[in-house]
Design a protein around this ligand. Sequence first.
Ligand code: MCN
Length: 792
Amino acid sequence: MGFEGIGAAVRRKEDARFLAGRGNYVDDINRPGQVYAYIKRSDRPHARLKGINTSAAAAAPGVLAVYTGADMAADGVGGLPCGWQIHNKDGSPMAEPPHPVLAMGKVRHVGDPVAVVIAETKQQAKDAAELLEIDYEDLPGVATSTDAIKPGAPLVHDDVPGNICYDWHLGDKAAVDAAFARAKHVVKLELTNNRLVPNAMEPRAAIGECDVSGNYTLYTTSQNPHVIRLLMGAFVLHIPEHQLRVIAPDVGGGFGSKIYHYAEEAIVTWAAGKLRRPVKWTAERSESFISDAQGRDHVTTAEMALDEQGNFLALRVSTLANMGAYLSTFAPSIPTYLYATLLAGVYKTPAIYAEVKAVFTNTVPVDAYRGAGRPEAAYLLERLVDVIAHDLGFDRIELRRKNFIPPDAFPYQTPVALQYDTGNYQMTLDKALQAADFAGFEERRRQARARGKLRGIGVSTYLEACGIAPSAVAGALGARAGLYEVANVRVNPTGDVTVFTGAHSHGQGHETTFAQVVADRLGIPVAQVDVVHGDTGRIPFGMGTYGSRSLAVGGSAIVKAVDKIIAKGKRIAAHLLEASVDDIEFKDGKFTVAGTDKSKTFAEIALTAYVPHNYPIEELEPGLEETAFYDPKNFTFPGGCHVCEVEIDIETGTPKVVNFVAVDDIGRVINPMIVEGQVHGGVAQGIGQALLEHAIYDSQGQLLSGSYMDYVMPRADNLPSIHVGTESTLCTHNPLGVKGVGEVGAIGSPPAVINAIVDALRDYGVRHIDMPATAEKIWSIIHAQQPRMAAE
Ligand code: MCN
């Protein structure tokens, strides 16, 4: 056995089953007597629901039941709750309209669930749903946030005037106004952050089950089963938590879209109770496009005030955030506390003021998608810095260096609430520029031109906050739940270990990295540590996985629990070795009396704990199992530099990423191979957002890019070989010194890509191009005018 502890590139334990097709996903699970749900969804963006005739569908072969919103209301089923409350500028709470599980009175987006048909087979349920007679009265719809706030725009919710969910702000407006008044330069940029469809590899699925005693089990594709149990049990179905078990087994990716409590989970659980048969639902891919929460969708105006030398004096930001038709579980927090608080980025801008209006539209609800708020902030800043350099003639690298928070300024208090603990932005920039051979770029540009290609290079120096979050801070900011994490570490009598974690792994490799953390601390092989997650019946509690929190928060809870195990082990060893507990040292899996060769192995201590023939039974309970909660003092603040090099084909406008370098400071690295994979995945999604992906609605709210024919996912040939480097400044407030990595790729990369595209098009007078920078958009720019270069 080679070194397997912290820092070792241990191969993923979970791949033994995943690579052999032996995963156990929700759709792989079939319960005895199981029946199938098909959900009839609105095919129109906005309509009054005048009536639903279910009789033909109910009489169709194999059908057990057809339910509508009225049936659920009659049973006292509540609406889907929102987990975060934002307050308006005047202190009043945000508009929080009801979100019925099945539509009541109106449908508000394409995909809004209208009725559920339950039948013996999936096909029977689907066929019967065709027989539902739904009497809709179409209403005018509205799809964009800019249209939704226009006077006279259709109201998505009759009692939400102007479609405004909230009008919120952060920062010191007076200081910003004063800085703008005295500034030598002001540079303004308007930009949109395109709407995305998460597209996890495994579509969502759920099975509800109810036994004779009224005990419910829900199998679901969730990133946080305990939160689903809490929300669904307490607010929607009113099932006591001890009678509701939620299991999220293997989950094939989530990227945020599986955090939330969705209608289908409540539907199958409730229907299982009514029918006393297990009820299964699995989304079809096209259904996922209109029923999974989508991501981003910001329209922003940003202005920077600068002095003559290019020092940033103040930043003013105004953003419209499209919430979609209803508030998804975390949605209100994304364009506020996960976005505006990040607007300092890596820069020492002294004054910042941001206003955010969240707006309802007739579109699919929007919520956190990989990065959640932080990509929007990083994109805004890193585009703005390049535009400043362009407009005022500064060197884009020197402008960044000049405005960086210097390495000796930490801890650094930003003007937008966050206090960064550590970072070194000069270092990551230097390493990335070197790895990308930035200095040699102009020669590559020249060579490309000779081949008929336009070549550009783009840099982004981003920062993010993750490892969500200190509960007290989150609570003060409107979170309705705590954000700690829980670990239970059970040492079995023979010295192997089972770790029960409240985090959930759905691609991140926790079974391996968490085992490494434990193995490292206990001096035992990784194979001796089993990590259990995703089952409220086995794990004490948990807040789940999102916001790149699992290692920093969940891993820290594991460390705390392991440290309690070691402390107890020392007391047992002291008894066995007839020494004082203060003299016992624990190292490399052995408890030793300091300065002697008297020792006991970890396995011997474990066995003694369970077979207490010679044990301090008066002072110590037998067994070796500990639970710990960890509530972080602060977020962690990964930052770094991404450099992207593109080539554009002049004939077709097709952009190709030819080189990508990501140098990220993620604190101490547990498993470099997994980290590299996480960065690769994030960068792939960032390149997808920058060049290809776009959820496009027509003006009324009909989704036009609702399948893979129209919504372009990045494919292998859109991606270069990605160079990943990690440079560390250690997090100062968690015991591992780690920062999160799960989202950095998706946060740092989009501005690097767009900066590279704009750089490639510099001879065409391009100042900005909105994402996605498709071949069509680029072709239009190239062919709309002659390049300045050619004209000169
Ligand atoms: N890690 C490490 N050293 C560090 C930081 C992390 O070895 N310094 C390891 C961790 O132990 C873990 C992995 O890297 O195995 C990711 O850790 P972390 O940054 O804590 O992120 P989470 O585990 O909380 O995962 C959430 C994050 C988010 S928010 C999204 S979105 C996302 C992502 O992870 N969704 C993913 N990566 C994904 N990867 C896959 N395959 N599928 C998804 O849905």
